[in-house]
Design a protein around this ligand. Structure first.
Ligand code: BMA
Length: 303
């Protein structure tokens, strides 16, 4: 039974992609980036192989529910000098921007040093790698789908000392980034330990709709989803925030897995009817699909 406060409704076939559905032996498949590519739906999940190493693989679907995973990782070219710092690739956030798709993903060395790398593609067949776009340590980053005040913009979260704050950071060319401004949500107990951006922000007439994950550490962390509304021109200004979570682990596949009690979303697709499909990693093990209404989420932010 869905939780009464939830704004995202699980698809009855969830989980829609699990290790059993993969054409190669894997440990887990989760946390997918998502995009609409022509008529088709594309996911770019984190695929953990049987060494527990992480790669991004494309998965294609005609209906947004049934996906076929490619056996080989997406061929993002990696220069030799960067290889030690990009042993793992995961948590892709895909932003359609100026006629192409930009993929901001977490690049991590074998030793846990993690930062964000950026790749670009037109078709998810060939890829160009722009390079690292943050310093270590950053794991969460999503680009806005258009320039704001003439500049490219992103939401990021550096993990330095105790600092777990999110920022809006700007760039003239997608390579050099700076002028970070804090993006502060009102802390709520369910997201008290940290929060981070989910899928790339969604443009609406009333502001940027930002779905995010929030973490509460009971004994172990619990990952839930929330939603906030940001100013269109000054997206570091929060103009609305739903104080309640909009999705919380309730099903067995969200509660039990590699990391228990975890719903983590970094991919969403808005449909022409105003609904939004949120593809989420469940328990760091498999992929669920839940659908919400953009309008209802905006209302929840402006309560
Ligand atoms: C975050 C990221 C996610 C993961 C989550 C729960 O810090 O590493 O990829 O899903 O933790 O383990």
């Amino acid at each position: 039974m869905p939780h009464p406060r939830e704004l995202l409704i699980r698809h009855p076939e969830s989980p829609i992609l699990t290790w059993q559905d993969c054409p190669i032996p894997v440990n887990a498949v989760y946390n997918p980036g998502a995009a609409r590519v022509g008529e088709r739906y594309l996911l770019l999940p984190r695929v953990e192989d049987t060494r527990r190493d992480n790669r991004l693989h494309c998965a294609w679907s005609d209906d947004g529910v049934h996906f076929t995973l490619e056996p080989n990782p997406a061929p993002i070219p990696l220069p030799e000098e960067d290889r030690p710092f990009e042993y793992h690739q995961y948590d892709a956030r895909i932003t359609p921007l100026e006629g192409e798709f930009f993929i901001a993903y977490c690049a991590q060395g074998f030793d846990e040093t993690h930062r964000i790398a950026l790749a670009r593609t037109g078709d998810f067949v060939t890829f160009e790698r722009v390079g690292f776009i943050t310093e270590p340590y950053c794991r969460n980053c999503a680009l806005f789908p258009e320039r704001i005040g003439g500049m490219y913009a992103r939401i990021d979260r550096m993990m330095s000392g105790d600092l777990m704050r999110n920022f809006v950071t700007l760039s003239p060319d997608l390579i050099h980034w700076g002028q970070s401004r804090p993006l502060d949500l009102a802390p709520q107990t369910w997201m008290r330990n940290k929060w981070g951006v989910g899928p790339p922000p969604i443009r609406t007439e009333r502001g940027w709709l930002m779905i995010f994950h929030g973490v509460w550490e009971a004994i172990d962390p619990v990952y839930r989803l929330g939603v906030a509304l940001l100013d269109l021109e000054e997206p570091w200004r929060v103009i609305g925030q739903c104080p309640d979570f909009i999705m919380t682990p309730t099903t067995d596949f969200e509660r039990i897995g590699e990391v228990n009690n975890c719903i983590f979303a970094n991919g969403a697709i808005v449909e022409p009817d105003g609904s939004v499909k949120v593809y989420y990693g469940a328990a760091d093990t498999c992929i669920g699909l839940a659908t919400g209404s953009v309008e209802e989420m905006i209302e929840a932010c402006l309560w």
